[in-house]
Design a protein around this ligand. Structure first.
Ligand code: ADP
Length: 189
């Protein structure tokens, strides 16, 4: 089961990805988490992307695609994954398609979490994770980047007929139930 969780910063992708991970028994693959962990551990990748994450801008497509390409070859991702934070640009989506085609794999569902801007801003401002990019000016940058570069990814998947919009406002449990309803039935239990 391969799922893409899509939506703006603060939409709750990480929270829902963790719930899906437990329910479906396939691991979450979060590019943001991978970058933050690389930064924390001061790996060469971390050193390279540190200032980019702090600024709220996007890491280069090449860097992200290489990272995801290497990751999905790992044993733990062979039964599937819940992608959170990738693909974030149309070129990333195209490159990812190419990678999947080479492996003769496909994405089962593309879930878009829809949350109004005011709610996103208030959630991120109050989540208190101490992220350097959670300040008001960086939140604005991230929302702008989302609208300009990431939102078009939705149209890309719309054409494939696997897109499902989910209302991302409500309790964590309600939103999770809405997502489960959209997944292919064979994977529910
Ligand atoms: P959020 O969705 O809350 O903004 P993420 O954890 O998904 O947070 O991403 C944090 C940051 O990591 C992004 O602002 C960006 O700098 C970088 N990043 C994560 N995924 C990608 C990606 N697919 N392409 C480019 N940059 C990325």
């Amino acid at each position: 089961m391969r799922i893409i969780l899509f939506g703006p910063p603060g939409a709750g992708k990480g929270t829902q990805a963790k719930l899906l991970e437990d329910r479906l028994d396939v691991p979450q693959l979060s590019t943001g988490d991978m970058f933050r962990s690389a930064i924390k551990n001061k790996t060469p990748l971390g050193v390279k992307v540190n200032s980019i994450l702090a600024s709220g801008q996007l890491v280069s497509d090449e860097t992200v695609v290489n990272l995801v390409g290497e990751s999905i070859n790992q044993a733990i991702y062979q039964k599937g994954y819940i992608l959170d934070g990738f693909p974030r640009t149309v070129p990333q989506a195209e490159a990812f398609d190419q990678l999947l085609m080479e492996k003769d794999q496909k994405i089962d569902a593309f879930i878009i979490l829809e949350v109004p801007d005011e709610e996103l801003i208030s959630r991120i401002s109050s989540r208190g994770e101490g992220r350097e990019d959670d300040t008001p000016d960086k939140i604005k940058v991230r929302l702008d980047v989302y609208k300009d570069e990431t939102a078009p990814v939705k149209d890309y998947y719309e054409d494939k007929g696997i897109c499902h919009a989910v209302d991302g406002v409500g309790t964590v449990e309600d939103i999770f139930a809405r997502i489960m309803e959209k997944l292919p039935p064979v994977h529910k239990y």
